[in-house]
Design a protein around this ligand. Structure first.
Ligand code: AMP
Ligand code: ZN
Ligand code: MN
Length: 617
């Protein structure tokens, strides 16, 4: 399965990158090879000739955005173009980054505890089409010869919905931006029918998409063909409240068929003889008007998909045995992906432990305390400003600050080198946060010890494959945590970071890991170590550590750590509201009350008291 965005798995990585084609250009730009010509590959599986030219509607204007590449040099494809106005402002996109996500369009289970996916009522056999077509599948016309519509207004969307009413199958893909918003924004939706391609501007039409397209996506009589769909399913739910029934995921089919590689790129080459231009995969899809090259790239992602489906279905049927129904297996897997629910990533008291790369550094208690505090600060800013945590302060920089523990603005400035606007405008606040963290760093001694132990264990086990749990921990890196200043050096490595083994489909680290990390507390209610530093700026009385036994400190840190395990076990909506991060409501009330009345106790005194007092019972 795919997961917190960030980065594409090896299998799916743009070939240019893997081949070391990308060069660092700084400022979020990446140099990539441009304008590869499509060619026919010998030995391709799909044999059908083009179905004859269809007159191209070609409503795409001359939108090419020239980034000013000198002749002979590689043009730049920025994953972040800072000159693009924020769609949140342009299209008034207001997103709640705090409250748990609600599946408002779905019915709830009888006991009211969970939403019911429309697919739950439909048996999977329902979707398996066992008809063997009378003739060989026919390859679609070339992109240039296919009618294309850019759907940018209400009317266009209505017309698209009408067209989808008349078809029984369509291919879908989404383009997304995760760098300039907290949860990510779906920027485009590509749809291809057997005869036409559409690209919907999902930024501009965001609030109407669900209204018009929910129905065809949900309709079990219409087959949706998509590739590597884990993240897309989440994005559809999150941005448009769209739920998918009757999906055929060509990424899963590729796995079931045990193809050499599972990327769409590979399928395009293998089945259609088309060499996809993957350099736009990670382009800044917020760009408007859409450059022509990007439109072309986006269309390629769905244009051939129904044909690939035909060929894969044939092969699945051919290779099935009475004991092993491969087509059914693909549908089962596709259904499972559809049945997942999007959940919002919420701050927990141990989220900071999931920062990718943390384990690699042997941080002491003080440094760890700073990591936790900076992580809390970053999370708050990112949610409030609707920016990604990576844009506010990338992991690498966060860890570097924690390692150096600057206690004055000058030192901090030297570390961050004016690269991060929100850091730049909050230098005082960050320094204050660091001071505060250092004050309470002893609370992190137990965790620092634990991490050190785990690190040593991991080193010892290096040759042994990671267990699921370790994978999730490792994979729990920040979505979108890319440092634009070192994109080309970071992106490929973080590709490896987030990708869970060879998952593939969309190739991203698994969304389940993302979901696992999602705690359902409203983060304003979460009692967290990070929050403690943040919300109690006046609390500077040093705790009398000696007055408490080591054991009690141990308990306190254990308590802080406990939710990690909970976080790794998937959490269901509503379940955790009773127990915020391992603390009972009573404890929280006492804590909050004590803070409010300005009791003389420090947070840690309270934690120790609560974990050992009768309240714990
Ligand atoms: P795709 O399914 O290949 O069209 O990818 C969908 C979205 O995933 C893209 O619009 C990007 O936002 C994101 N994405 C794809 N590949 C990468 C990559 N290598 N690194 C980061 N993001 C990617
Ligand atoms: Zn996709
Ligand atoms: Mn795509």
């Amino acid at each position: 399965m795919d997961g917190p965005e960030g980065v594409r798995g090896k299998e799916e990585a743009a070939p240019g990158r893997e081949a070391g084609d990308a060069e660092e250009a700084g400022d979020g730009f990446q140099l990539v090879t441009h304008g590869k010509k499509k060619k026919r590959a010998s030995g391709q599986e799909g044999g059908g000739a083009g179905s004859g030219a269809v007159l191209g509607a070609g409503s795409v204007g001359a939108l090419t955005k020239d980034k000013g590449a000198a002749p002979g040099t590689k043009p730049k494809v920025p994953f972040h173009d800072p000159s693009i106005p924020r769609p949140q402002d342009v299209y008034k996109i207001r997103v709640d980054n705090y409250k748990p996500f609600e599946h408002v369009w779905l019915e709830r289970s009888e006991d009211g505890t969970r939403p019911v996916h429309p697919l739950e009522k439909l048996p999977v056999e329902h979707f398996v089409d066992r008809n063997v077509p009378e003739c060989e599948p026919v390859k679609p016309a070339d992109i240039e010869d296919t009618p294309f519509t850019l759907v940018e207004d209400h009317k266009g969307l209505m017309e698209l919905a009408k067209k989808l009413k008349s078809v029984t199958e369509f291919a879908v893909d989404l383009e997304h931006n995760q760098y300039r918003s907290f949860q990510g924004l779906t920027c485009l939706m590509q749809i291809s029918t057997r005869r036409e391609d559409f690209i919907v501007d999902t930024l501009k039409l965001r609030i109407y998409i669900g209204l018009y397209l929910q129905e065809p996506f949900k309709d079990p009589t219409k087959r949706k063909v998509m590739h590597g769909v884990d993240r897309d399913i989440m994005w559809l739910q999150r941005d448009f409240h769209i739920y998918v029934c009757n999906l055929f995921d060509t990424g899963q089919a590729s796995r079931v068929l045990q193809m050499e590689r599972n990327s769409l790129e590979h399928l395009l080459l293998h089945f259609c003889g088309v060499t996809a231009k993957k350099e736009y995969q990670n382009a800044d899809w917020r760009s408007r008007p859409l450059p022509e090259e990007m439109i072309k790239y986006a269309r390629e992602d769905t244009h051939y998909l129904l044909y690939i489906y035909d060929l894969m279905k044939q092969r699945l049927q051919r290779e099935s045995t009475p004991e092993n129904d491969l087509l059914l297996e693909v549908h089962k897997r596709s259904n499972e992906i559809c049945l997942q629910f999007y959940e919002k990533e919420l701050l927990t008291d141990t989220s900071y432990l999931h920062i990718y790369g943390l384990q690699e550094h042997e941080l002491n208690a003080k440094q760890l305390a700073v990591v936790a505090a900076l992580h809390g600060w970053r999370d708050r800013i990112a949610r409030q400003e609707d920016e990604s945590t990576g844009y506010v302060l990338p992991n690498k920089a966060l860890i570097e600050i924690a390692k150096q523990m600057p206690t004055d603005n000058g030192h901090l400035k030297r570390i961050v080198k004016s690269k991060y606007p929100f850091v730049e405008s909050s230098l005082d606040e960050i320094i204050y946060t660091i001071w505060n963290a250092l004050e309470y760093s002893y609370a992190f001694e137990g965790i620092a010890e634990q991490l050190k132990k785990e690190r040593l264990e991991q080193l010892a086990l290096k040759s042994v494959p990671a267990s699921d749990e370790t994978t999730i921990l490792d994979a729990e890196s920040d979505r979108s945590n890319i440092d634009p200043a070192c994109q080309s050096s970071v992106a490929p490595s973080s590709t490896a970071n987030v990708n869970v083994a060879s998952d593939g489909g969309a190739g991203f680290m698994n969304e389940t890991a993302l979901i696992s990390s999602i705690h359902l507390e409203d983060n304003t209610q979460t009692i967290s170590s990070t929050k403690i530093f943040e919300t109690l700026p006046g609390l500077t009385r040093p705790i009398n550590k000696d007055a408490l036994s080591n054991n009690r400190y141990q308990q306190a840190t254990e308590e802080l750590k406990r939710p990690t395990l909970g976080a790794l076990g998937n959490s269901a909506p509503g379940r955790q509201t009773e127990n915020f991060g391992g603390f009972s409501k009573e404890k929280i009330c006492v804590l909050l009350f004590s803070f409010r009345v300005g009791a003389m106790w420090t947070t840690l005194d309270l934690l120790c008291f609560l974990t050992s007092s009768s309240l714990v019972g």
